[in-house]
Design a protein around this ligand. Structure first.
Ligand code: ADP
Ligand code: MG
Length: 387
């Protein structure tokens, strides 16, 4: 992080000839446990990672703003009061959206700025470089306008910027994780109440993320089917268990077992995944409190199994990596992370064996699928902040 901030200051000086008056930093994130639970109002464990986006700015003294993407060596200008969105420099839509939405929420007078953004998160590899950009820019804009926004409000602004300006339909997990990250800790989020707490990871462990770079076709229609089935299952349980059931969050594994015969098996299977995940997340928090990394790792393998048999959101590439992880010394658990149907796996590893684990996974992947991948160690890190 420190090196990234230094580089940001240097690039900002180089581009604008000014020392940035405001500097912020926001990390990327990884989903650790709790898959497809967010829209079922359940629980997720995630972590902010040791890579992020740095954002620096000065007042421009004019009604115009300039945004410089140092990694792309591109810059854009727009009226401070009307950042709008663009189909050209799409990387600018995140900050444009955040600025516009903050103005709507907080009603400040727009002021021109000269801003630089710079990152060290691999883009599009499942570590949410975009959420880091939302949050880093949001924190900098807040400081620029003398605001101290509530973290959940800022997370919502970031999410809305993704929906309305970047055209990406994401949940809130990415922004929450970036904001609430803790060094050596996981972020526990209750997606009904949006209460967040941190849970320490026992010392000596880290995570490894391996990105398949695969994205299977029809992902959107597959997602829609999963969501629809989850809603159907929740409606069924509201009928049989009463109106206390609002979402699958309110259905226990025991409830589910009791209704195995009476619910359409296709619906039952889909519901089993988020319901099982909720229980694993709660159990996982207890295990981490007891320092039981091995037990936590087993829950990660169970999570992947649940993806395979119930939710069917895994794919051969993800399975290769999880199976290889299972067979590799130094790995305690592994599972697909995020939406599925491609994307990444995350493994809980002994930090001291990170290199050999990364090599073993890359070798297994190349052997099975003919592609070279670069698994990456991620260390749970502190959340977004002003520097
Ligand atoms: P991710 O999973 O990494 O969030 P997305 O496709 O959601 O992938 O977001 C990636 C987009 O975010 C990039 O295409 C770019 O527009 C923007 N972005 C991410 N990192 C940077 C960066 N360092 N500089 C400029 N734009 C960035
Ligand atoms: Mg993103």
């Amino acid at each position: 992080m420190d090196a990234l901030i230094l580089k940001l200051r240097r690039r900002h000086r180089g581009h604008f000839g000014l020392e940035p008056a405001v500097v912020s930093y926001a990390p990327g994130r990884v989903e650790i446990l709790g898959n497809h639970t967010d829209y079922n109002e359940g629980f997720v464990l995630s972590a902010a990672i040791d890579a992020g986006i740095a954002f620096g700015l000065n007042p421009s003294g004019t009604p115009e703003s300039t945004l410089f993407a140092s990694d792309f060596d591109e810059s854009v200008r727009f009226p401070a009061g009307h950042p709008g969105r663009t189909d050209k420099e799409r990387w600018s839509n995140y900050a444009r959206g955040v600025y516009s939405l903050m103005r709507v929420k907080y009603g400040f007078e727009p002021q021109g700025f000269l801003a630089t953004q710079l990152g060290d998160i691999p883009i599009g590899s499942g570590l949410s470089s975009s959420a880091a950009l939302d949050i880093a820019s949001g924190l900098a804009f807040a400081a620029f306008h003398g605001l101290a926004p509530d973290k959940i409000d800022l997370a919502r602004i970031g999410q809305k910027a993704e929906h309305e300006y970047a055209g990406v339909n994401c949940g809130l997990l990415d922004q929450i994780s970036s904001l609430f990250g803790q060094a050596h800790g996981l972020v526990f989020t209750d997606f009904r109440t949006l209460q967040v707490k941190s849970v320490l990871l026992p010392p000596g462990y880290a995570f490894l993320v391996a990105n398949t770079a695969v994205k299977h076709a029809l992902v959107d229609s597959e997602y829609n089917e999963r969501r629809r089935r989850c809603e159907e299952a929740a409606a069924y349980f509201a009928r049989v268990l009463g109106p206390r059931v609002k979402t699958l969050r309110d259905v226990s594994w025991d409830d589910l077992e009791r209704h195995r015969g009476s619910l359409d098996p296709a619906v039952w299977n889909r519901a089993a995944h988020p319901i099982g995940e909720d229980e694993r997340v709660l159990k996982g928090v207890d295990l981490l409190h007891m320092g039981d990394a091995a037990g936590f790792g087993r829950l990660m393998f169970e999570s992947h199994r649940s993806s395979q048999i119930y939710f069917q959101n895994s794919c051969p590439e993800l399975d290769t990596l999880v199976e290889a992880a299972h067979a590799t010394p130094g790995v305690l658990g592994a599972r697909l992370s995020g939406g599925g149907f491609g994307g990444s796996i995350v493994a809980l590893i002994e930090e001291a064996r990170a290199e050999s684990v990364a090599r073993a996974l890359a070798a297994a992947y190349e052997k099975a699928h003919g592609h070279v991948i670069e698994p990456r160690v991620v260390v749970p890190s502190a959340g977004a902040r002003l520097i």
